[in-house]
Design a protein around this ligand. Sequence first.
Ligand code: ATP
Length: 333
Amino acid sequence: MGVWLVTMVNSLLSVRNVKKYYPLKSRGFSRRHGTVKAVDGVSFDVKAKEVFGLVGESGCGKSTLGRVLLRLDDPTGGQIFFQQQDISAFSKSRLTQFRKEAQIIYQDPYSALNPRKKIGQLVQEPLDIHRIGTVRDRRERAAWLLETVGLLPEHANRYPHQFSGGQRQRIIIARALALNPQLLLADEPVSALDVSIQAQVINLLLDLREEFSLTYIFISHDLKVVEHLCDRVAVMYLGRLVELAPKKPFYAHPKHPYSQALLSAAPTPNPETPKRKILLQGDVPSPINPPDGCPFHPRCPIRQPEWNECTTELPPLREIEPGWRTACHVVRP
Ligand SMILES: Nc1ncnc2c1ncn2[C@@H]1O[C@H](COP(=O)(O)OP(=O)(O)OP(=O)(O)O)[C@@H](O)[C@H]1O
């Protein structure tokens, strides 16, 4: 607990044992039929100006966690601290402030912009809602933001359909920056874009991190993108973190067998360098009925039948090297 408190003091965001369960109701009945454990006891800290990557296969709970972190959804359990303050205890005015300090960018740049509004209006809108400055100030800031993200001030008078996917994602980024946030949660922000455009948007995000002193939580299933952008990587599996590590050593030698499998399946920059792919057996189990013991044990390629604790005990996320935590009975400090 002592260590947790020290890391919290140095963090912009601290997440403690956060859970998000959804009741599963059978059709036509209101009676609870089970529980989807979308996020099941996640803890980590994010330092100011850090780029924190959250990776894992589809359905592992990344987006649910992201929504809970920004209080767009209430957690079933646990606590989230922003600047050491519990976000669930925010007063109405503190919550309004938090809505300025923490912004989210979603994957789909096509549906995120109202097609009937001009770009200038869309970028200016957060400033209008929070009544910041005069109308002229807001218009000028919107024009400046458009330039900052690599567009032209005159684009303010055009409509979303007149832009490409990459340009729209730039517009969404400009809008997210309007209120000068500290934390930007980007949920798969480039996965709908062409690979060539992805790199441009990622580089823009890196430049903006410096210019705006931003902290990012970057959610992605694409390990290559995370490698380029992030300082640390958290790997999620069935609603839990299974590994949390600094980027460079993680990509060189991931320790958790699930991380090893994920990385072995990611494309390499040089296709001529052969890589031994680790093929996982079966599908990701349902978060309605997760396996006992280690949630990864039914698919684990290194497990031996005699290792009983893998099937009976949940492995804690324990530190195995300074700053590196892994949830596996076999991987030891
Ligand atoms: N509102 C909801 N009600 C019931 N179950 C939900 C709800 N939202 C998410 N889930 C379930 O929670 C689990 C985690 O979903 P989530 O979207 O957070 O995963 P993800 O890792 O972001 O996946 P993806 O990359 O496909 O978006 C899934 O099994 C999903 O079906």
